[in-house]
Design a protein around this ligand. Structure first.
Ligand code: UGA
Length: 434
């Protein structure tokens, strides 16, 4: 089919490249000239395992095209996926300007009947708004149907998630449009849930809010474990075996970050508020998460007192491993708090340094060599569970630091291994090792 993906950001690019891999003729559009030029030359502006190989392959075989020209993007498309950003506004609501602009543009340039599929995470009711815009402005002889098709891709494993996801949600009141979109996904063999538009919109928010709730819940249990002398690893194992709870998203740590959970939880609280419902539970989830990010600095101060002039090795900058994305990363909060205390920071990350530099500038030092970060450090703080950090020989802490104090915000090491080494080790929800 002729498919256009409006927006070549994270979701749009992965969707477009993977749909081309399924054999469709795909045009990915974007307003950023620089990004499109880079993509046309086969390079991906985001770090995502497996993406660049598929990008090059499908560019070469002619399935995949990139453009900044909306007319070229929309006039021949049978299906248009909307995957533009919905950034958080100051009051926590999603900014729908880009989504609405795409709707106006589709209505203006469309030359055939078209199905518009919304991938961007949008508040309940937005797809009706999109349908209204298009209905009002499209040529009268043409037909446009709107489908809510939220995505569940995770950064760092988005390509795998596209091909092996848990479910695909197709929300529309038009059975013909549902069948056409179903045909696109059928080769993947992933369970398909067909539903109405509003329920599809709600599924996306509810899924992210529930996962965020699991994380804040286990982090609260971890805090209590510390106080009563229990071990969160044992507790997680014990509750995760219960199939009704499940073992996933129970990794205690310094909280969730990224471009989705923080934004979507706030947007859902706001949405509930607009309906005169106070979503207290989710509000508490957000508050717990805000507190978690500062924990390493709180713990460091409790242990050594003033951090003024102390040299801190910050290990990991991205919001999670396998991505260079630092949006809403716990590391940013840690840096802010440490600088307030007068500490001197050297940060290590295998790939996120350029993105971190955009936010933090020269307020800290950066290195891609863990050993250089650790050299003469008073304290090491682990903010991201990169494999490079988990695989680091524990001898390195002794070797490079004065008197190793490690505050592990992601519980990277087993306490059994740690106990074999002379170091002070503080993690989340587990006994302190001195
Ligand atoms: C999340 C969802 O998992 C995707 O299904 C969804 O499509 C996406 O948001 C989105 O809305 O676009 P992502 O933000 O890429 O994906 O990352 P996750 O792997 O879900 O991790 C989110 C955060 O939770 C990370 O900061 C991670 O460190 C933290 N986390 C995750 C924990 O603290 N503990 C856990 O047990 C799991």
């Amino acid at each position: 089919m002729n498919i256009t993906v409006a927006g070549s950001g994270y979701v749009g690019l992965v969707t477009g490249v993977c749909l081309a891999e399924l054999g469709h003729r795909v045009i990915c559009s974007d307003i950023q000239e620089e990004k499109i030029a880079m993509l046309q030359s086969g390079r991906s502006p985001i770090y995502e395992p497996g993406l660049e190989d598929l990008l090059e392959k499908n560019l070469q075989c002619g399935n995949l095209h990139f453009t900044t020209n909306p007319q070229y993007a929309y006039e021949d498309a049978e299906i248009i996926f909307i995957a533009v950003g919905t950034p958080e506004q100051q009051d926590g609501t999603a900014n729908l300007t880009y989504v609405c602009e795409v709707a106006h543009s589709i209505a203006h340039f469309m030359k055939h009947d078209v199905i518009i599929c919304t991938k961007s995470t949008v508040p309940v009711g937005t797809n009706d708004q999109i349908a209204e815009i298009i209905q009002r402005q499209k040529p009268v002889n043409l037909h446009a149907e709107v489908v809510a098709n939220p995505e569940f891709l995770r950064e760092g494993s988005a390509v795998v998630d596209f091909f092996y996801g848990d479910r695909i949600v197709i929300g529309t009141n038009c059975s013909k449009a549902a069948t056409t979109i179903e045909q696109i996904y059928l080769p993947l063999g992933i369970p398909i849930i067909k539903t109405d538009i509003k329920s599809a919109e709600m599924i996306k928010y509810a899924a992210n809010a529930f996962l965020a709730t699991k994380i804040s819940f286990i982090n609260e249990i971890a805090t209590i474990c510390e106080k009563v002398g229990a071990n969160i690893d044992e507790v997680t194992k014990g509750i995760g075996k219960d199939e009704r709870i499940g073992p996933y998203f129970l990794q205690a740590g310094i909280g969730y970050g990224g471009s989705c959970f923080p934004k979507d939880t706030k947007a859902l609280v706001q949405l509930a508020g607009n309906m005169q419902h106070s979503f207290d539970l989710l509000q508490a989830v957000i508050e717990v998460n805000t507190r978690q990010a500062s924990l390493p600095v709180v713990k460091a101060k409790e242990l050594i007192g003033s951090l003024k002039g102390k040299k801190v090795a910050l290990l990991g900058l991205s919001f999670k491993p396998n991505t260079d994305d630092v949006r809403e990363a716990a590391s940013l909060v840690i840096v802010k708090e440490l600088l307030k205390e007068g500490a001197i920071i050297t940060a290590y990350d295998p790939i996120a340094i350029p993105n971190a530099q955009h936010v933090l500038g020269n307020t800290i030092e950066y290195t891609q060599d863990i050993r250089l970060a650790l050299l003469h450090a008073d304290v090491a703080i682990i903010a991201t569970e990169w494999e490079e950090i988990k695989q680091l020989s524990l001898d390195s802490y002794e070797l490079y630091m004065k008197n190793p104090i490690v505050i592990d915000g992601r519980n990277c090491y087993s306490l059994k291994e740690i106990r074999k080494h002379p170091m002070t080790y503080i993690s989340i929800g587990r006994p302190i090792v001195i």
